[in-house]
Design a protein around this ligand. Structure first.
Ligand SMILES: Nc1ncnc2c1ncn2[C@@H]1O[C@H](COP(=O)(O)OP(=O)(O)OP(=O)(O)O)[C@@H](O)[C@H]1O
Ligand SMILES: [Mg+2]
Length: 370
């Protein structure tokens, strides 16, 4: 049905084709009837034209079908109904045949037209249906398109949102965290600095302690407090202990138990003499030992400092006696003793040096006068 509908619609769509098909079919019916002529003779002259009428009624429309009916009547009358090659009608039978063919053809044409119209209606309905389907398809396509666009927009919005959140995170939390990190590193640096400062404070405290010790030592060496308060023996022991420790020279002190106290000038002079002698031993004698012997009589004090070092060369002794020594140690000792009425003797050989200082125990005024 659908195929015939398609064919009829194709034929009906071109008017000239409808007429051409109708005439062509008629010609073919004529030829077919000619082919049947040996068998049928003048019997059933319209036999091959019925299918042509039916065909044109179905596919070609009313007017071509009427045209086919008329041309079929004429062709049958001319070629197949005696007398042939003439349109003359001999009897009522032939007339009845013409009428019957015409009526049957009319019926076929009417039926064909009705069916064709039905088919046309169906075709239109189908067309409408197809149109609606196409419309729906287009609507669906549009919906799909909008859905795709919506999806794309959603994805883009999602991306934008993510980008915005990322930027917000970076700009707010990120910056805050960066600030916090900077603060923490500053605190870390502060802690490190504090640790360093604490170490420096500890070091400084140690230095202050050392400086204090040094200052005390220097101060004590400049003027030992023990000398005034505890007397010569204590001051000498304190000094010798420190000297032995610093110089690694073994120092032996001989000091009488009943020595008693002397004037401040005498005690200072004796202490300074021992101090200078020990310093000289440490600096010049290269002796591992030093021996100090202090004795007193009622009238004077004798201080002897000896070492086992290399001694003072005769040239040096000559130099010291004539033009003075490069140092002021011995000269200073001698001068101090001289002011107190005392003397200084130096006896030096290759086996060591012995320095002897003698001081009279007199009153200060008498000494100054002397
Ligand atoms: N115990 C000693 N053993 C060897 N040489 C000594 C000894 N004492 C002094 N001398 C020599 O005598 C010189 C003079 O000594 P002195 O004490 O006058 O000067 P100094 O020790 O060199 O310098 P300073 O003025 O600092 O005392 C020294 O340079 C040294 O050569
Ligand atoms: Mg000296």
């Amino acid at each position: 049905m659908s195929k015939s509908v398609v064919l009829s619609s194709q034929i009906l769509s071109r008017p000239w084709a409808r007429y051409a098909f109708a005439l062509l079919a008629t010609a073919m019916a004529v030829l077919a009837r000619f082919a049947l002529n040996p068998v049928l003779g003048d019997y059933l002259p319209y036999i091959t034209f019925f299918p042509v009428v039916a065909f044109s009624a179905w596919y070609c429309g009313v007017i071509p079908s009427i045209l086919v009916t008329i041309s079929s009547l004429m062709a049958a009358q001319y070629w197949f109904i005696p007398p042939t090659h003439s349109f003359r009608i001999l009897n009522t039978e032939q007339l009845a045949g013409i009428v019957a063919f015409s009526l049957v053809s009319l019926v076929i044409v009417a039926m064909g037209e009705a069916m064709r119209r039905n088919a046309e209606v169906l075709r239109e309905a189908q067309g409408e249906l197809e149109e609606r389907v196409q419309e729906r398809t287009a609507q669906l396509d549009t919906a799909n398109q909008s859905l795709r666009e919506l999806t794309a927009r959603l994805l883009q919005l999602q991306d934008d949102e993510r980008r915005r959140i990322a930027r917000e995170l970076h700009d707010s939390v990120g910056q805050l965290l960066a600030g916090l990190t900077m603060n923490l590193s500053a605190v870390g640096a502060d802690i490190e600095r504090l640790i360093k400062t604490a170490n420096m404070v500890t070091d400084s405290a140690a230095l202050v302690h050392e400086i204090n010790k040094e200052v005390r030592t220097i101060s004590h060496l400049l003027h030992p407090p023990l000398l005034d308060e505890a007397g010569l023996a204590s001051a000498l022991r304190w000094y010798i202990e420190g000297f032995a420790e610093r110089s690694k020279i073994k120092v032996d002190l001989e000091f009488p138990e009943d020595f008693g106290r002397l004037s401040r000038e005498l005690e200072t002079a004796i202490f300074r003499t021992v101090q200078e002698c020990l310093t000289n031993i440490h600096r010049h004698a290269e002796s591992p030992i030093a021996k100090i012997r202090i004795t007193r009589t009622s009238s004077d004090v004798r201080v002897q400092v000896a070492d086992g070092g290399k001694g003072i060369s005769p040239e040096k002794q000559e130099e010291m006696a004539t033009i003075g020594t490069p140092g002021v140690g011995i000269r200073g000792m001698r001068e101090r003793l001289r002011q107190l009425g005392g003397t200084l003797d130096i006896n030096s050989t290759g086996k060591g040096t012995v320095v002897v200082a003698r001081l009279p125990i007199l009153s200060n005024s008498a000494t100054a006068a002397a």
